[in-house]
Design a protein around this ligand. Structure first.
Ligand SMILES: [Zn+2]
Ligand SMILES: [Zn+2]
Length: 342
């Protein structure tokens, strides 16, 4: 349940003292400017205990059902059960909802790395929601708290907070990958997103999270039904374009939290263990250049070198050329040079 009487994060004197001492990254540094705080009382539409419970049930189901569906799909339906329609729905759904997370939830809503119009904003929020990684507000709040406390005790998903030794490291890796996702959120989580809570469209999209989850499952089934004309085809569309697609996006996104804080190189100074990992640079649409991202959180471009493939940034650039994105932020050469690890 959200603690509505808590002061906005940057008004908290303890937090301010910590931020000044650089013990934690300031919230303003994560969005490239001051955050306008929401004052108590609670804003209309603010997530409450009931919607939080429904969201947690949905996300728990979303974790457990897709692997079972994948096994069922492979065992029962391999051969005639996996054709071009299933393949297209799986890859197309993965691209669209994955971009909803990387371009939408992450680079646009959480870090404000570019501006866009209201239609694209809604589309990005809805596509991100269809990935079933939690509502927009909850995702952004969790991610901002990850940046602020990165690899310290208050980080919601660090692999480095479970102690030394082999089994503690395994526990840390499990926690950072998906263990954190099925735990309840902290009461004060929403203090990280006062700016997003004040935006009506963002609030509405976030509160309608269960609807977007449902549509993300029904749309691929409906497309498959239209193409094949059979109910078996619709079931396969639901399995491959819905459940299996959700599992793919889940594990590749979560690998950024786990793998990219464990394995890879660290070309830039950052207050954490974030790393650049080329495999997830490609698979996670540029998010795997994670050390770059922790060093420059507001940058729309995560693959900062020409060879660091960053599909999300390519999409944002294309959106810019089409007039759908503006004020695209990238760090200057001077800032990059200043943060280069010696
Ligand atoms: Zn990180
Ligand atoms: Zn981030």
């Amino acid at each position: 349940m959200t603690n509505t009487n808590a002061p906005a994060l940057h008004d908290d004197p303890t937090w301010a003292a910590k931020a000044n001492s650089e013990e934690i990254v300031s919230l303003a540094a994560l969005v490239g400017g001051p955050i306008v705080a929401a004052e108590a009382p609670a804003l209309p539409g603010e997530p409450h205990e009931h919607s939080g419970l429904l969201e947690r049930i949905l996300t728990l189901l979303a974790v457990c059902l897709p692997p079972a569906a994948l096994i069922a799909a492979i065992i029962l339906l391999w051969g005639p059960g996996f054709g071009w329609t299933s393949f297209g729905l799986l890859i197309g759904g993965y691209m669209l909802t994955g971009m909803g997370i990387t371009v939408g939830y992450h680079r646009y809503f959480t870090h404000k790395s570019f501006e866009t119009n209201v239609v694209v904003k809604a589309l990005l929020g809805i596509l991100g929601s269809m990935s079933v990684q939690g509502s927009l507000l909850r995702w952004a709040a969790t991610h901002r708290s990850h940046h602020q406390h990165s690899d310290r005790q208050d980080d919601p998903h660090s692999p480095h907070t479970h102690g030394d030794g082999f089994w503690n490291r395994v526990r840390g890796a499990w926690h950072s990958h998906m263990g954190w996702f099925i735990r309840p959120n902290r009461d004060t989580l929403m203090r990280y997103v006062p700016d997003l809570q004040q935006d009506k469209l963002t609030r509405v999209i976030s509160n309608l999270f269960p609807l977007w989850v449902l549509l993300g499952l029904l749309i691929p089934a409906a497309i498959a039904l239209a193409i094949t004309g059979t109910w078996t085809g619709a079931l396969l569309g639901f399995l491959w374009g819905g459940l299996v697609r959700i599992m793919m996006v889940h594990h590749i996104t979560w690998s950024v939290n786990s793998v990219c804080h464990l394995w890879g190189n660290r070309p830039y100074k950052s207050h954490d263990h974030s790393r650049n990992n080329a495999i997830f640079g490609v698979l996670a649409f540029g998010e795997g250049w994670h050390n770059n991202h922790h060093a420059f959180p507001t940058s729309a471009r995560h693959g900062l070198r020409w060879w660091q493939f960053d599909m999300s940034y390519m999409v944002i650039r294309c959106m810019g050329w089409l007039g759908l994105a503006r004020e695209i932020r990238v760090p200057s050469h001077a800032r990059r040079h200043a943060k280069t690890a010696g």
